[in-house]
Design a protein. Structure first.
Length: 392
């Protein structure tokens, strides 16, 4: 792991039992957790875990109950002491920190949101959100001002004076998120925060987190047992089994190229249309012309029914031109003035599911452009239907 990662776990182990340091060296590769426990009386909760989380990334750790994911996140925070290995945050070894350094790290750089909201029932919503700032010694007026800002961010500004028992489960979890955000942490750790919520509220909270992340760009480590939730939220996903990480990758990599039967079983029910992206199904643009090219020269390159893609000198996509348009405007000096302004485009991250209504509504191909509006490729009805056929 290099300095490019905000969080790095390096060969992290957690073995529960009376003499974990003595037992760990005796563990053989391929030896199962059950065999180790039967032979030694020790439980391997986290086994030689290595991964990195980049700044601003949402990294999801998922697995079934007992897979070690919650123990892992607690080892990262040192709420549980690792048996061996390192946790590096911003170049600092968390496992070597003194208690005072550790408290400072937890208080200012990291915040955690748990499955059970942990709100203080005798405090108002405002004071619950401001609690972390109060612990830091921030004055009442300043911490309340910050708490109101974060309540506004999660859509609960009008509930500042309410008490937790007056709120729904989803609202209470929003308060928990606001409390974590109030200290303005660089890193947010979520330990199955939505698993106790009803399915509809759970989806709403997932959407809310996506909206917040679009604004905040925090580094997020998110723990879940739900693969659909992991796919929806995660830039990268690590799948755990019996304390080990069995595969790490982007959602599409896990679904299209599972490392083993365990990962394949997790991913088999995920609709491919939610995971396949425009960048995976787009085709090259065969005829790409400059805005300064004459119409006749561009038209001569087109096949029947084909479309030309026009771009500026700096590579920015300008518009589309059909052979009919080029024929009708053959006398124009260049194609730049002919290209339709503000044509519909899609990003490389647009899902197949999102593409379906777009290509259905358009007779022309949809250009795929990056954040600088540079042309990457195109999708049309044929490419989307072909991808859907493979995804079924």
């Amino acid at each position: 792991m290099t300095a490019e990662y905000k969080i790095s776990c390096r060969n992290l182990w957690k073995v529960f039992g009376p003499t974990p340091e003595q037992v760990k060296p005796s563990i053989r590769p391929g030896q199962s957790r059950a065999e180790i426990q039967e032979q030694t009386g020790h439980l391997v909760a986290v086994r030689d875990v290595t991964f990195g989380v980049r700044k601003g990334q949402t990294f999801v750790v998922m697995g079934l109950s007992g897979s070690g994911k919650s123990t892992l996140v607690r080892c990262i925070l040192r709420l549980i002491e690792p048996t061996s290995g390192q946790v590096i945050i911003d170049g600092e070894d968390v496992t070597a920190m003194h208690p005072r350094q550790l408290r400072a790290l937890r208080g200012r750089k990291l915040s955690m949101v748990f499955q059970h909201f942990g709100l203080l029932p005798h405090r108002t919503v405002l004071d619950n959100v401001a609690y972390g700032l109060e612990v830091q010694g921030v004055k009442r007026e300043s911490r309340h001002a910050r708490a109101r800002e974060t309540l506004q961010l999660v859509g609960l500004a009008e509930w500042a004076g309410a008490y937790p028992n007056q709120l729904s489960g989803g609202m209470q979890q929003r308060v928990g998120i606001a409390r974590a955000l109030a200290v303005d942490p660089e890193i947010l750790l979520f330990d199955e925060p939505f698993s106790a919520l009803d399915p509809l509220i759970r989806r709403e909270m997932q959407d809310e987190l996506l909206k917040l992340q679009h604004v905040m760009h925090k580094t997020i480590l998110f723990i879940t047992h739900d693969f659909l939730e992991a796919v929806k939220l995660g830039d990268n996903i690590a799948i755990m089994k019996d304390g080990e990480v069995v595969q790490v990758g982007a959602p599409d990599q896990l679904i299209l190229n599972p490392a083993n039967d365990y990962v394949r079983e997790f991913t088999k029910d995920v609709p491919r249309s939610r995971v396949l992206l425009a960048r995976m199904v787009m085709r090259p643009c065969r005829v790409v012309c400059s805005e300064h090219d004459p119409p006749a020269a561009v038209r001569s390159q087109l096949r029947p029914g084909e479309t030309a893609f026009v771009r500026a000198e700096n590579g920015r996509f300008l518009g589309l031109l059909s052979s009919q348009q080029l024929e009708q405007a053959a006398a124009a000096p260049t194609v730049g003035s002919l290209a339709n302004s503000n044509p519909p485009t899609v990003t490389p991250g647009t899902t197949l599911r999102q593409l379906i209504p777009l290509v259905a509504a358009s007779e022309l191909p949809l250009p795929v452009v990056d954040s600088s509006q540079k042309l990457l490729g195109a999708v049309d009805r044929q490419t989307v239907l072909a991808a859907l056929g493979e995804a079924i």
